[in-house]
Write a protein that binds this ligand. Structure first.
Ligand code: PMV
Length: 304
């Protein structure tokens, strides 16, 4: 048996625009998904408690095929990351499954192969992911991601923020399609928005290094406006953003695909608990620690 775990994530700046080539800033968070892989003689890959396609079984099947593995695998998922709300649950599951499977078959984790398999796994949920979620789940910490250059870790000093779940699940693939339709209908306008989003990410990098919470908040608010313009905000998101700002947060925005899902907010660290209490009456709210560790093996073989 092997088990591996990988963290969820928040996108701090640049979601959606990253699909179209822009940089996005992302951090791993202290919620993890764990996948256990047990060798069987059944010549099939099964997943406890699930049927059909799932990021865990797709990532494991991809590896089994690629590595010519002839036996079977039984997978078991346990996860602290809420699903379908923008916190990278499917990517963390895909990465943890790929790591457990790789370690079981080869005894080591080879990162390029791990990322390839995890990407296949994530496609079950996202169709055409940019790769940002699987990268941060694999490498952890915080970083800048672009499709052309992948993930580059950054020295970030922002340690904590608020995550508020609007309680409305949604499908990432549908929202990515919505932005693509916007880009095709209004190419000029979309180019301007891409440029502005890139400028926000560049400014944000400077503020994250200090950290300058007030400036970060302003940049988040502007990023949220851009996301609203391309059609991925929602009534619930707008309400949560407003409540955060009224409770003393410096800024707030949707994180991930939008359309529901989670909102993140920055505030003075000694103000966070107060805001958690205020919003906690209506929403599920957490104080999240950023820059969590990337994928790790959680166990050694049963019979070493
Ligand atoms: O994994 P989610 O639902 O948080 O969304 C990922 C971010 C997007 O930019 C919307 C899509 C992508 O693949 O980059």
């Amino acid at each position: 048996m092997r088990a591996a775990s990988a963290p969820g994530k928040v996108i701090l700046f640049g979601e959606h625009f990253v699909v179209h080539g822009n940089p996005a800033i992302v951090s791993a968070i202290d919620l993890r998904a764990r996948v256990e892989a047990v060798e069987t003689d059944e010549e099939a890959i099964s997943l406890e408690g699930f049927t059909g396609d799932n990021p865990a079984s797709s990532a494991a099947s991809y590896l089994a095929k690629k590595l010519g593995y002839r036996k079977g695998l039984r997978l078991k998922i346990s996860s602290q990351i809420p699903q379908s709300v923008g916190l990278g649950s499917s990517a963390a599951i895909a990465v943890a499954s790929a790591a457990a499977t790789l370690h079981l078959i080869k005894g080591v984790i080879e990162y390029p192969l791990l990322l390839e398999a995890a990407y296949e796994g994530e496609r079950v949920a996202h169709y055409t992911p940019s790769g940002i979620d699987t990268s941060v789940a694999a490498f952890g910490g915080a970083g800048v991601y672009t499709r052309s250059e992948g993930y580059r870790k950054i020295d970030m000093r922002l340690e904590e923020l608020l995550i508020i779940n609007t309680g409305k699940p949604r499908k990432t693939g549908d929202l990515v399609r919505r932005v693509r339709e916007f880009s095709e209908a209004q190419p000029e306008r979309f180019r301007e928005l891409l440029e502005e989003a890139a400028g926000i990410a560049e400014e944000a990098l400077k503020s994250l290094r200090k950290p300058d919470l007030e400036t970060l908040g302003k940049l988040m608010n502007r990023n949220q406006e851009l996301l609203r313009l391309v059609g991925v905000s929602s009534r619930e998101i707008e309400e949560v953003v407003r409540l955060c700002l009224n409770s003393g947060a410096y800024g707030a925005k949707l994180t991930g695909a939008g359309g529901g899902g989670c909102v993140i907010a920055v505030a003075d660290y000694d103000r966070i608990d107060e805001i958690v209490k205020e919003l906690g009456e209506r929403f599920s709210v957490m104080r999240a620690r950023l820059m969590a560790e990337g994928v790790r093996i959680e166990s050694q073989p049963d019979n070493p």
